[in-house]
Design a protein. Sequence first.
Length: 268
Amino acid sequence: MLKLPKYTLIIAFLFVACSPKSIIPEKDMVSIIVRIQLIDATIQNRSFQNNPYNKDTIDFFTKTIQSFGYTKAQFDSSLRIYSKNPKDLDAIYDKVIIELSEIETNLIAENKIYDDSIVDANFKNLWDLKPSYELPKDGPKETIDFSIPVQGQGNYTISADVLIHDDDESVKPSMVAYFFFDDKSKEGSRSGFTKKPYKKIKNVQTYTIEMTLQNSLVTHLKGSIFRHDSTALKFTKHASISKIKVYYKPSKSGKLNKLNKLRPIKEE
């Protein structure tokens, strides 16, 4: 978040007392301080500080106040008046924090949309089944399995937004994935087995499995978007799964990560 020690910036802004004709209303004070905090956060950026053409910081603050129709003298004096009653100043600063938090939340959301759009533009979603599932409507007990032809060596990312409802009766629900090729054995060759357990919480969560393929013999990425232990004979699943994606990013030639070497499958 855009954090600064409480009152540090606004108190540092006080200089010699002035005598304005009227006090600035609380609503405008909040808006002015929010704008000043945002400008100050921008100025703290190194690239901005190192720019030889930057103007004096106070010049930016003064023009900010003037953009609201007030003078710096009015702002200084109004702040002095509000400071005489700590409760009034606290009320102003609390509203400043709320507005800055809302701005930050919106920026995070916008950045996520932007990042997702970049991913969507540069990487094809390999998932070719239904984009979303509602359980038990789409199957009261069945697992949601997939088998996707690999695109080559590199990184594979599987993700989905999942909500496991409180009344879900499945045992140890999870997302699982592994690499596969037919080695003429009964089960085939499986490697890189990865399991991501689902949690029963009230909000939708994004779950992700990232895997690195280095074996050129592998033909498929397999697994389950929703898997559960089959110990119970009678149970009903209740879950919502959406935004299922499988992305592939090729590895750089000759630069494979030794830490991600495939390991034998190990069922849990």
